[in-house]
Design a protein around this ligand. Structure first.
Ligand SMILES: Cc1ncc(C[n+]2csc(CCOP(=O)(O)OP(=O)(O)O)c2C)c(N)n1
Ligand SMILES: [Mg+2]
Length: 355
């Protein structure tokens, strides 16, 4: 029987990236002029609130008040805050286990998030879900998923629901650079493009999937925004450490998805300062690399410097804001610790939804 010969692979160097549908890197340049002082202060406060919340969570984990898995978002704050600024309250969010920042950016109550982290009754899942399992139908946050890449078909399904129900909403589906190598991501891309679903795939490229660098896990290009090319999905690479650049790119992507043009991919170039989770050997990157990123690219310091340089705010105004944010986070930690643990009778409740 004659067998079909697989076409010979071109040598890697000769294989070209036909970036036809992908717009070229980082078009978005920050422009303070486009945002009001109130807007800028709001973004600053939102990013700072996530940073302080996560620092507190890290501290409480160290004190044994939080158990199980806990993945901190420190360093990546500009991504969710910029995307939130670019979208509406009708838009839905789904993400991975690195999810506390997404919840806070969606407007979820820090008390409920911290209480869930500490396994208390006042938590979003009554203390029975923990860090990776919180949801808020009210705030349109659909998890919090521990299986790498599994949130992508879910986000695509939510986009299908938006289209089917004729809702003017976009599904913001966040995933990591590591998750992008999962097969179900590409099944989702195909369906989303085929049915022109209103979804934005936001790749948070923090350069590592646990201890594996993007260079070690990519067969060809380490630029991820053109991974939807085979399906005709446009993509853009964005400076994910610049909240204004994120907002600008997010607006463009949301406009595309909301107006029936189908999915869009945003590759956010970002960085996590802490380990993958609370246990991390930290052997896969140097301290200098982390330090350099913190010093040169930090999204909060960058916005702070920008506002001060332009004379938009006084140091004292920012200090007052810092104090208010810290006090809010302390109150959340207090609430969590004062909330009782779930009653043993709750062990088998909320497992199945009766339909
Ligand atoms: C299907 C599956 N495989 C492996 C794991 C173990 N795992 C947890 S997180 C992770 C790395 C994912 O990295 P990335 O998508 O870049 O997200 P980041 O942690 O950087 O936010 C892996 C391999 C898992 N949870 N699920
Ligand atoms: Mg990653």
């Amino acid at each position: 029987m004659a067998t079909k010969k697989a076409p010979a692979k071109k040598p890697a160097a000769k294989r070209k990236t036909a970036a036809a549908s992908a717009t070229k890197a980082a078009a978005a340049k920050s422009s303070v002029a486009k945002a009001s002082k109130e807007d800028l202060l709001h973004y600053y406060k939102e990013m700072l609130a996530i940073r302080r919340f996560e620092e507190k969570a890290g501290q409480m984990y160290g004190m044994g008040l939080i158990g199980g898995f806990c993945h901190l978002y420190i360093g990546q704050e500009a991504v969710v805050v910029g995307m939130r600024a670019a979208t509406t309250e009708n838009d839905t969010v789904v993400t991975s286990y690195r999810d506390h920042g997404h919840m806070l950016a969606c407007g979820m109550d820090p008390d409920g998030v911290m209480a869930e982290l500490t396994g208390r009754r006042g938590g979003y899942s009554k203390g029975k879900g923990g860090s990776m399992h919180m949801f808020s139908h009210d705030k349109k946050f659909y998890g919090g998923h521990g299986i790498v890449g599994a949130q992508v078909p879910i986000g695509t399904g939510i986009a299908f629901a938006h289209q089917y129900l004729e809702e003017p909403a976009v599904s913001l589906t966040y995933l990591g650079d590591g998750a992008l190598n999962q097969g179900q991501v590409y099944e989702s891309f195909n369906m989303a493009a085929l049915w022109k679903l209103p979804v934005i795939y936001i790749i948070e490229n923090n350069k590592y999937g646990m201890g594996t660098s993007i260079e070690r896990s990519s067969a060809k290009s380490t630029e991820l925004y053109h991974r939807g090319q085979a399906y005709g999905i446009p993509g853009q690479q964005v400076d994910g450490m610049d909240v204004l650049a994120v907002k600008e790119a997010g607006e463009k992507a949301a406009d595309h998805a909301r107006n029936g043009k189908g999915p869009f991919i945003l590759e956010m170039m970002t960085y996590r300062y802490r380990g993958h989770s609370m246990s991390d050997p930290a052997k896969y990157r140097s301290k200098e690399e982390v330090q350099k990123m913190r010093q040169e690219r930090d999204p909060i310091e960058r916005l702070r410097g920008m506002m001060l340089d332009q004379g938009l705010v006084e140091e004292t105004e920012l200090k007052d804001l810092d104090r208010a944010v810290k006090a809010r986070v302390s109150a959340a930690a207090e609430f969590a610790q004062n909330s009782p643990e779930p009653d043993p009778s709750e062990l088998f409740t909320d497992i199945y939804v009766e339909a």
